[in-house]
Design a protein around this ligand. Sequence first.
Ligand SMILES: Cc1ncc(COP(=O)(O)O)c(C=O)c1O
Length: 311
Amino acid sequence: MARGTQVWFNGKILPAENAKISLFTHGLHYGYGAFEGIRAYKQKKGGGAVFRLKEHMERFLESAKILDLKIPYSLNDLVQATVETCKANGFEECYIRPILYVADGPLGVNPGTTPPVDVAILNWEWGSYLGDEGASLGAKLKISSFIRPHVNSSMTKGKITGQYVNSVLAKREAIAAGFDEALLLDPEGYLTEGSGENLFMIRNGVIKTTPLTSILSGITRQTVLDYFKHLGYEVKDTRFTRDEIWCADEVFLTGTAAEITPIREIDYRPIGRGDHVGKPGPITAKLKKDYSAMVRGELPEYGRDWLTPIV
Ligand SMILES: Cc1ncc(COP(=O)(O)O)c(C=O)c1O
């Protein structure tokens, strides 16, 4: 997948090979930083647009607040910088990665009261996150032996770099065991989310998603909640267990990278009922199709201001 040759680094667009960082970077040693994952899509009417850019940059700024890091850029500066990065690389459809971290400065755990912070935006072309087969036929999940940390150990409302070691361990374990993705439980044994996606299940017409305790408050999750509300479905934001999800009619993951990924199997148990055993269910299939249309500006009834044109 092609990487952007140009990056935005501390306020300027420059060639990626010139954006160098020091080995004395605090964020490299302790994972004290935050990032975002955003996608831009080619639009039906032509050109490209970034999906829910403002919401992603609001979460980016909230992550900085959670870490008590100050950056000299406003929401509007970050929105503009993202558009400029896409333009500089000629990308209309790509994945976008803003990142901030404590830069070269004090090397103890304490970065000081006003630590230096680098802010960068890079992008690359990226297809289906869980593979084309997972995206169309459904992915296979494994309940991880790793759990999400307690709410006072990990600040999950932020997309904090160091917190992703937990996700990487879970993901690698799942892949090594022949699955596509991991599902993590919370310290009390209830389901939370995937290593980089939120989780929904449907049983007997009731749609459930896990509550905002040990999970990232996903922007795709919110998009899906808005979509179901628009269609008149009720969604319960509630805890559920592994034996409940094994018996679901439909399961899907949501995320900027994974978009809407149907789940066909969890812990070797095929998901679904009747004609849909081990296949994407009808509600998931329609949502997937509609989400794909929505991000390309084909369903204007969903959030007209969700698409920021790359111009
Ligand atoms: C742990 C985790 N949960 C959920 C999500 C989905 O969030 P979003 O829909 O905002 O991409 C992500 C992706 O950013 C993630 O890393």
